[in-house]
Design a protein around this ligand. Sequence first.
Ligand code: SUG
Length: 447
Amino acid sequence: MSHTVEMNFDGLIGSTHNYAGLSQGNLASTNNTKLVSQPRQAAKEGLAKMMRLHQLGLKQGILTPQERPHIPTLRELGFCGTDQAIIEKVAKTAPNLLAMCYSASSMWAANAATVSPSSDSEDGRVHFTPANLKSMFHRSIEHSTTSKTLKAIFTNDKYFCHHNALSGGVHFGDEGAANHNRLCNEYGEQGVELFVYGKHDFGDSRGSTNFPARQSLEASRAIARKHGLRSGKVVMACQSAEVIDTGGFHNDVVSVSNKNVLFMHERAFADKSRLFKEVAAAYGEQPVHFIEAPEQLVSLDDAIKSYLFNSQLVNLPGTEGMTLILPRESQENKNVHGYLLDLITQDTPIKHLEFVDVRQSMRNGGGPACLRLRVVLNEEELAQVNPAFVFSEELFLTLNNWVDKHYRDSLSSADLADPNLLYESRGALDELTQIMGLGSFYEFQQV
Ligand code: SUG
């Protein structure tokens, strides 16, 4: 069998990164509303994280930011005139809408799509479904460009199959890989795909939540069908309502998987014993390690504030045992750090800790795991990936210089009304398409 790897594609943080308080139920987003952001710092933190993982020997890729502000959305909603006139008008009459069309939220690549490796799908191809992100307006405008980006990276339809984002409104609300885990012995072997939903939309209000439950069971089922997953190898599990109401808006805020390990908070799921039973039955003979952080040691509140589980659990080449790539905030929380130091001495596959700074993203509720989309690829598939999107030291340097040239040091909510920001953002993306060899990729380049 050819060697198969898990490649992480991180979202390059866009030049309009700001704190607009757009995501109800995401406490960082709400609590930091109108805080002044630092786009340059944000993008550099993201690039430094990619560089670190690349240096640690992991395959790293990149997803390009989307065009923001998104003038086509505003035109679609009835605003007309020059682009500058539209910005001025929306700033005066609908500032919240302006902020939504300015959000750099496509940086959170875990919400870009659900990806199923070729070893799980009936037709032996890698399947991609861009997430429709229906529950938040600012995110619901991402999927068509996400789809275009994924098609530009994974071009060969002999190996890759691209589906449209699910239609059907909030009943089919889909948040992508943030609510999807995969368990396997080796990446290249048949795995068990674990879909985690927050609501069952057709007529069942059990477990209803105060904060929005974003992923629906109906959406998860549709994706499993479309990806051609084998029925005995799919498990559907419900997020606990308590988690959603404590601020765990996506399942990747309270659990993370790698190979045969599911690392989670003990309260992450509505029915834990059923989940364990179903996963074990689907998985087969070899054991799955369910590693639970007990409430007594790490409260749900601490877990969500520190984003302990929004980490990347990885196997580093040449290193025995698994490594957790964690946000710095989980080192700064005494309880959480104490728990982690003890965890790596226990008899589990998790043996190493690595902390990264992604503070600018964290202030909008996006930790290390939110910033990446995992794509499992065998050697042949890997050879088909568009090399422009593969991370290298050279690309790191080029993009750092590009950020220095184009990004502002700081951005306040009032700055969004400044039409110069629109032109600066376009200037940056124009140069980015040259760096990445993307041609006229963005809508503003096509008029
Ligand atoms: O969808 N925040 C994002 C954070 C996404 C985190 N992703 C994962 N958990 N995988 C969201 O809530 C906030 C934007 C603002 O308020 O300006 C925001 O969209």
